[in-house]
Write a protein that binds this ligand. Structure first.
Ligand code: PEP
Ligand code: MN
Length: 445
């Protein structure tokens, strides 16, 4: 059933493309409206319950994937490598935190990007900015950069194929904990990385052996729950995939289990927040360093007036230099209001800078430092550092500098493949997992 009438008409929607042809857009939306859901509303409810447990300190959230998925990179290898990386990270985090880890991909729908500038100029030529494969193409030609609504249908089809493979991998034996552990052992045996990681991996290995020798072989060793998520940005797409759930009569955005509203589109009186308010999925809101406590409380009131646990997640992205100063007043206000919120750290978006060569990059050390600051603040405030949100890929790209491989500015050009922001590569992602696992282990000391 179509749910379009639930949204407030006439609100301003920030960061939307200027579609050149209204009829073509209408045709694409009509087609999307006829397609089956990508996820089941009941799965969204399950995730919401589990986020509720995490918000209360009883689980940890791991969300990762590309800044911008592309149609070209939706290949078996690329999808497998991303899933594998997230599962490896989750195993390490789970062991050292002694908490269940919620595994969430920035995957199967993360095809649209907000941009700081509407246009891009190169050598005197100005064209519309790349807004993600959902809208236009990265190539710098007029034709490629002209928004094309047919791409929205391709987003659906590519998300559907991606999700199908994700479900096959995570249910069909690929996610077996013993298998994941042997991958991690391979990584920690590499002499370039700290012996500390090898010790941690060996410890996990002994625990698995102990369970096996005791005859424990739980089903949960073999398959895992894996959820999809993306930024709800292009409202035509998200609204066309919002349906009334036949069990509950409530509207759900069935394009993903979890969607979030970005830092640039979370105006309280804007169309994105109205959208988030109306759907029943668990939702996230990004909070940057300019966020004020009153504003954060107003978001809570709008999006979760009944204080349903798991409904609302704040994903903070302050920057390594600001997190220790900017995060405490927000947590203090929320805690005082008694709102149940999951706090997640995005250590990527506040730590972007330009390398001398012009590449957009991030320092691995800054990423780690923001997570460290996030843990310090939560410890001081007595609240749960509930999770991390990471831009990563399973491939050996060179987009972020630093880490054990010591990628330098001069190395960036060798494998810089992102369509938007720089991602941690496979190795950097695992290093991050081991470092965050130590923080989780020590969080109550
Ligand atoms: C993103 O997550 O890619 C993004 C654009 O983040 P933010 O809204 O926090 O800037
Ligand atoms: Mn990004």
């Amino acid at each position: 059933m179509n749910a379009n009438s639930i949204f407030t008409p006439g609100l301003v929607a920030a960061q939307q493309p200027t579609w050149p042809n209204a009829d073509e857009l209408k045709a694409a939306v009509r087609e999307l409206e006829s397609f089956p859901p990508l996820v089941f509303a009941g799965e969204c409810d399950n995730l919401k319950k589990r986020i509720g447990q995490a918000a209360l300190g009883n689980a940890f959230w791991l969300q990762g994937g590309d800044c911008a998925e592309t149609f070209a990179a939706a290949t078996a290898d690329s999808i497998r490598n991303r899933i594998k990386t997230i599962l490896q990270m989750a195993a390490v985090l789970q062991y050292f935190s002694s908490l269940p880890v919620l595994k969430v991909g920035r995957m199967a729908g993360q095809f649209a990007k907000p941009r700081s500038n509407e246009t891009e100029t190169r050598e005197g030529v100005t064209l519309p900015a790349y807004r993600g494969d959902a809208v236009n193409d990265l190539e710098f030609t007029k034709q490629a950069r002209t928004p094309d609504p047919k791409r929205l249908v391709r987003v659906y089809n590519t998300s559907s194929a991606t999700l199908n493979l994700v479900r096959a991998f995570t249910q069909g034996g690929f996610a077996d904990l013993r298998q994941v552990h042997s991958w991690n052992k391979g990584f920690t045996a590499d002499a370039r990385f700290s012996a500390r990681y090898e010790e941690m991996a060996n410890e996990i290995g002994r625990a698995i052996q102990f369970m096996q020798s005791a005859g424990v072989d739980p089903e949960s060793f073999k398959s895992v729950d894996f959820y999809s998520s993306h930024e709800a940005l292009i409202l035509e797409y998200e609204k066309a995939l919002t349906r009334i759930d036949s069990r509950t009569n409530n509207p759900y955005d069935v394009s993903a289990h979890f969607v979030w509203i970005g830092e640039r589109t979370r105006q309280l009186d804007g169309a994105h927040m109205d959208f988030a308010e109306k759907i029943h999925n668990p939702i996230g809101v990004k909070l940057g360093p300019k966020s004020k406590p009153e504003e954060v409380l107003a978001i809570v009131k709008k999006l979760n007036p009944t204080n349903e646990p798991g409904r609302l997640t704040f994903i903070t992205r302050m920057g390594a230099g600001l997190v220790r100063e900017k995060l405490p007043p927000l947590i203090e206000a929320v805690t005082k209001s008694e709102a149940v919120i999951l706090w997640v750290c995005d250590p990527m978006h506040g730590n972007t800078h330009e390398a001398p060569s012009g590449y957009k990059t991030r320092r691995f050390e800054d990423v780690i430092d923001e997570v460290k600051g996030f843990f310090e603040v939560h410890k001081k405030m007595g609240t749960h550092p509930g999770g991390i949100h990471i831009e990563l890929t399973g491939d050996d790209v060179t987009e972020c500098v630093g880490g054990g491989e010591a990628i330098g500015y001069e190395d960036l050009s060798s494998r810089y493949e992102t369509a938007c922001d720089p991602r941690l590569n496979h190795t950097q992602s695992l290093e991050l997992a081991f470092l965050v696992a130590e923080m989780l282990r020590d969080r109550k000391k």
